[in-house]
Write a protein that binds this ligand. Structure first.
Ligand code: B4P
Length: 193
């Protein structure tokens, strides 16, 4: 199985690139952000809880997020692998993911970090807000808070996988196709090594 983590700050292109990789590598794309937005749309208890954090640009608590992720993985046992997009975002989540994969005799193949600067992210997300209707994209101070949360709580996840020799970085600025080609190269390298 191929178990990829697409990693990077909000707006770095994780969701955009995951959709392209799904076709190339026939993997199941799991975006915790998309799962939360679906729950918000359906007005479930999970959605109501998640919204209170997402609207401020804060992380949804680990317990809620990890259970939701596990349910999604367990509901799809017959896939060739996963692209985890927006998960893990804390060391607790990374440890839970490792445990879950190891229980099934699997492991994380590679974490790929998309490197993008804060100001570029603000520009991208304010532009996305014009069409996405996402309240967490519409306000510059919330976007900057999301970036700060990334630095404070999430960036450490890349170090966690780097220490296991399972992390790499790709420049996330450039055309979407150029970045997709670079990602394909690093994934193919990881698969043959
Ligand atoms: P997410 O849904 O993961 O939000 P995101 O980081 O903004 O998405 P993404 O990074 O995929 O967007 P993309 O760059 O593709 O999370 C939202 C919230 O949910 C979080 O703040 C948190 O509250 C909560 N949450 C989610 N997962 C959680 C977890 N594990 N634990 C706790 N809380 C969690 O797209 C951005 C824009 O850039 C698009 O408009 C795109 O068109 C554009 N773009 C992409 N690539 C580009 C390029 N190369 N050049 C120019 N523009 C580009």
């Amino acid at each position: 199985m191929i178990n990829l983590i697409l990693f990077g700050p909000p707006g770095s292109g994780k969701g955009t690139q995951a959709k392209m990789l799904v076709n190339k590598f026939k993997l199941l794309h799991i975006s915790t952000g998309d799962l939360f937005r679906e729950a918000i749309k359906n007005e479930t208890a999970l959605g109501v809880e998640a919204k209170s954090y997402m609207d401020k640009g804060e992380l949804v608590p680990d317990s809620v997020t990890i259970n939701m992720l596990k349910e999604k993985v367990e509901a799809n046992p017959d896939v060739q692998g996963y692209i985890f997009d927006g998960f893990p975002r804390t060391t607790n989540q990374a440890e839970a993911l490792d445990q879950m994969l190891q229980d099934g005799g699997e492991d994380v193949t590679l974490l790929i970090e998309l490197k993008v600067e804060e100001d570029e992210i603000v520009t991208r997300l304010l532009k996305r807000a014009e069409t996405s209707g996402r309240s967490d994209d519409a306000d510059e101070s919330i976007i900057r808070n999301r970036f700060q949360v990334y630095l404070d709580n999430t960036a450490v996840v890349a170090e966690y996988y780097d220490a296991k020799g399972k992390a790499t970085q790709v420049k996330g600025k450039g055309s979407i196709e150029e970045i997709a080609n670079k990602l394909e190269l690093v994934i193919n390298e990881a698969l043959i090594s």
